[in-house]
Ligand binder design. Structure first.
Ligand SMILES: [Zn+2]
Length: 281
């Protein structure tokens, strides 16, 4: 039987991405057009058609504004997990501020969904060598797993020396870290999910998933609801490089996702984390 891989969606608005943070401030958010609920419903529909279950790492900000969406995610058999309150990167916070952010997001998600939150994904994979305290805080707050590390070199994020596969970041604590999947080419780790999946040919992602599965490990894949929304408003004054990344191939994304979800086995990240925890012993 093929290995079950982890499928995840980082639930945030089209304007809550790191690439636009210099031109769209948090003060602007309330007056911008909300599209996250419709886009996430489209993702739920796509997953339903493909018969896959997944984890929705959701901002507390979204849960507070769209509680019914959280209930629809849970009712469809998916996992709701935390993506923090408002997409502040972990390395911009103190340990105390991080703990407060975790608590507020968890309360918003659990109040809205009625389901317990046991997993966390840092905004922009911002747990790295600058945040040696972050996993400790997650362990103390009782999280079963985190999927917050990208073991790559990238201009916005990355912790290239981190393990590529599940590890226990805090000695003596059950917390498991599931790094996002990288492909190994020429002695280097290459990112695979999110914009990389959207911009690169499907054959690359399929090959990367098979490469990881051939090592007997599950792949951890992610994307965003705004990536399947060609109708989202355009941010005119964003840097060109950010615009190229953000807007390319949005209309092809849904079909690529359909193909990906049918080609490999996928499941919720909490289930993958439990299996990896058992393997780590
Ligand atoms: Zn995010």
């Amino acid at each position: 039987m093929a290995i079950e891989n982890g499928l995840s969606v980082d639930v945030e608005e089209w304007f809550q991405v790191g690439a636009f943070e210099r031109v769209i401030g948090r003060d602007d958010w309330p007056r911008l057009e909300s599209r996250v609920e419709a886009n996430t419903d489209a993702v739920l529909q796509l997953f339903d058609e493909s018969g896959v279950k997944a984890t929705f790492f959701t901002l507390g900000w979204v849960a507070e504004r769209a509680p019914k969406l959280m209930q629809r995610i849970v009712a469809a058999g998916h996992e709701v997990a935390s993506h923090g309150v408002d997409h502040r990167r972990v390395f911009t916070m103190t340990a105390d501020a991080f703990r407060a952010d975790l608590a507020r997001a968890k309360k918003a998600l659990e109040d809205a969904s009625g389901a317990a939150v046991t997993g966390y994904r840092a905004p922009s994979f911002s747990i790295d060598r600058r945040t040696p305290w972050a996993h400790q805080v997650l362990a103390e707050e009782g999280y079963a797993y985190s999927s917050s590390v990208a073991p790559v070199v990238h201009d916005h994020y990355g912790w290239p020396e981190a393990p590529r596969f599940a590890f226990r970041p805090v000695a003596g604590a059950p917390l498991v870290e599931l790094p996002v999947t990288t492909a190994r080419i020429g002695g280097r780790n290459w990112a695979t999910g999110g914009g990389f999946f959207r911009l690169l040919p499907s054959a690359f992602t399929n090959w990367a998933v098979r490469q990881v599965n051939d090592d007997d490990r599950p792949a951890i894949f992610y994307f965003h609801p705004w990536e399947i929304d060609p109708g989202q408003p355009r941010v005119a004054d964003a840097p060109l490089r950010s615009k190229l990344r953000h807007y390319s191939r949005l209309s092809a994304m849904a079909d690529k996702l359909r193909e990906l979800t049918r080609r490999h086995r996928w499941g919720r990240i909490d289930a993958i984390a439990a299996r990896e925890a058992a393997r780590l012993g």
